[in-house]
Design a protein. Structure first.
Length: 113
C-alpha cells in the first residue's frame, strides 16, 4: 500500500498507509487528521482540504487527472496561506506512483523554497 506523510504546524508528522484510488483528503479523514475538514466532501465547493505538496512530488501530483483545474484554482483563492505548493487534497488521488508522498498542513513551516 502507498504511504503518505502529513507534516503538521507543530513540527509533528504522521505517516499513513492507504489503498490506491482514494483522495488524499479521504485518507486524511480516515486517519483522523482533523485539520483536513473536507466540508464539501470533495466536490470542489470549498477549500477546507487545502495543503502543501512537497516540491519533489509536485509534478507527480499533476499527472493524469490530478492536474490543477480552473475550479481548483478558484477554490484555492479562498484558502489560508496559499503557496506555490498549494493544492486541494480532494483533487489528488493516491496511486502507487505517489508512494512516499509528503504533504504539509496549512501553517506548517517548510524549507521547500
Amino acid at each position: 500500500m502507498p504511504q503518505v506523510t502529513f507534516l503538521f504546524p507543530s513540527g509533528d508528522k504522521k505517516e499513513v498507509e492507504a489503498p490506491s484510488g482514494l483522495s488524499v483528503m479521504e485518507i486524511a479523514q480516515m486517519s483522523q487528521i482533523e485539520e483536513i475538514e473536507g466540508a464539501c466532501g470533495g466536490s470542489l465547493a470549498c477549500a477546507t482540504c487545502h495543503l502543501y505538496v512537497h516540491p519533489d512530488w509536485r509534478e507527480k501530483c499533476l499527472a493524469g487527472e490530478d492536474h490543477i483545474s480552473e475550479e481548483e484554482e478558484d477554490m484555492l483563492d479562498l484558502a489560508f496561506d496559499i503557496r506555490d505548493e498549494s493544492r486541494l487534497s480532494c483533487q489528488i488521488t493516491l496511486t502507487d506512483d505517489l508512494d512516499g508522498l509528503v504533504v504539509a498542513l496549512p501553517g506548517t513551516e517548510t524549507d521547500w523554497d
